[in-house]
Unconditional design. Structure first.
Length: 282
């Protein structure tokens, strides 16, 4: 009788498993991220199977793969069934949101409420002195949505003030036609400013009105993981009349012999104005 009662208690404590399907964004350091922005812990000894056959697979969890995730009662992912093709919807991420260590919530991150308007920070702002950080390593995933005008072959990067605004400092991975992502580890309490670009300062992101936008600002919270979702309004080199666009020089120089590259062929380059001197008396 005692043994039967103990077995029943064990079954109730274990609870039923929860299954959801989604597309992977990242898989590393004991966490799995989905393109919804949600991140979950991976259980020790996680099982990786083929979603179609249910057997072993040569696929490894990677961005853009589809997965059927099985959660245990503690909220850890115990099994991933992988597929290159989209899987039929199964379950609902709302059922596992309370397990997420990084959730895709439209509400401001409570860890960062002290930093008002992180998307458009006040230049030179810093962390409040009342907030303390442990400096523990935090997995931060950046997800950016780019404009539809972005070339399909384009590479997208993150430039930061910590890299001297190197336009190719942090290369991102393409998730789909309009989304890129990258996961990096930073000590909590790290503060940095950043912008997105396509590999050069001329292709840097700008504001919707065509003007330069202030750098984005991020403060790494004291958390295990964090997801940051951004949207690029426009690229500098794709907005006609943008204040940031390079204007051609009026006159040719040895460094820029053809300042007007769109002129019809065969036309001579413009000549510098001649000085008019009065005729000399004979």
């Amino acid at each position: 009788m005692t043994i039967g009662l103990a077995f029943a208690v064990t079954l109730v404590a274990a609870g039923p498993s929860i299954v959801v399907t989604g597309q992977l964004l990242a898989y590393q350091d004991g966490f799995v991220f989905f393109t919804t922005g949600d991140g979950f812990r991976i259980a020790p000894g996680i099982v990786i199977h083929d979603a179609k056959t249910g057997g072993s697979t040569k696929l490894a969890p990677a961005p853009r793969l589809w997965a059927r995730a099985t959660f245990d009662a503690n909220g850890s992912v115990t099994e991933l069934d992988l597929s290159r093709a989209a899987l039929p919807p199964e379950g609902n991420f709302d059922d596992v949101t309370h397990f997420a260590v990084a959730a895709s919530s439209p509400a401001p991150n409570p860890d960062l409420l002290a930093y008002a308007n992180l998307a458009t920070p006040v230049p030179g702002g810093g962390a409040p002195t009342t907030v303390s950080y442990s400096g523990k390593p935090v997995l931060v995933t950046f997800i950016v949505q780019v404009p539809p005008t972005t070339p399909l072959t384009a590479s997208v990067y993150i430039s930061t003030d910590q890299s001297g605004w190197n336009a190719q400092a942090i290369p991102m991975d393409r998730v789909d036609a309009l989304h890129y992502s990258i996961t990096r580890r930073y000590p909590s309490g790290t503060i940095f400013n950043y912008l997105y670009d396509r590999g050069s300062l001329q292709s840097e992101e700008i504001a919707q009105n065509g003007l330069s936008r202030p750098p984005r600002k991020f403060v790494v919270p004291d958390a295990d993981v964090r997801t940051v979702s951004d949207t690029v309004s426009a690229w500098q080199d794709q907005v006609p009349g943008s204040i940031n666009q390079q204007q051609p020089q009026i006159m040719p120089t040895p460094y820029n012999p053809a300042p007007f590259p769109n002129l019809p062929p065969g036309l001579p380059p413009p000549e510098p104005p001649q000085s008019h001197k009065p005729p000399q008396a004979r």
